[in-house]
Design a protein around this ligand. Structure first.
Ligand code: AMP
Length: 114
């Protein structure tokens, strides 16, 4: 989508601190980090939210999780622990309508969240 902020990051039209990229996804540091390590992993193709996923997109989510695991390794939190979060809709506080997987780590994370 032309004016989607995460689509624009995926196209390198606006700056972001990219930590990993491949043909299908890109991972970059969150602008307002909630933990010492806070990276967003997104598909390059625009998908508005989990609610928009179809059966044909099952591999997209698997690819995001695999990329997140690699980022956890490269960020040095694979052993200490990390959390992967997909916010969907208003009650979860989704603020950007482009599917994104949060990777949070580098500190002890409270449970339950929110
Ligand atoms: P959510 O609330 O789950 O929709 O998460 C959206 C996240 O995107 C928030 O944590 C924001 O801080 C982050 N964010 C918004 N704009 C940018 C940007 N231009 N670069 C990096 N992170 C962003």
């Amino acid at each position: 989508m032309a004016d989607c902020i995460f689509c624009r990051i995926a196209r390198h039209e606006i700056p972001a601190t990219v930590v990993r990229e491949d043909e299908d996804c890109i991972a970059f540091r969150d602008l307002l980090p909630r933990a010492p390590v806070h990276v967003l992993i997104i598909p390059k193709r625009h998908i508005a939210s989990v609610n928009e996923l179809t059966g044909a997109d099952e591999t997209v989510v698997g690819h995001l999780v695999a990329a997140a695991r690699a980022v956890a390794e490269s960020e040095g939190v694979a052993e200490s622990g990390y959390r992967l979060v997909l916010n969907a809709g208003p009650d979860a506080g989704q603020s950007v309508d482009h599917l994104h997987l949060h990777l949070l780590g580098g500190r002890e994370l409270g449970w339950p969240p929110g």
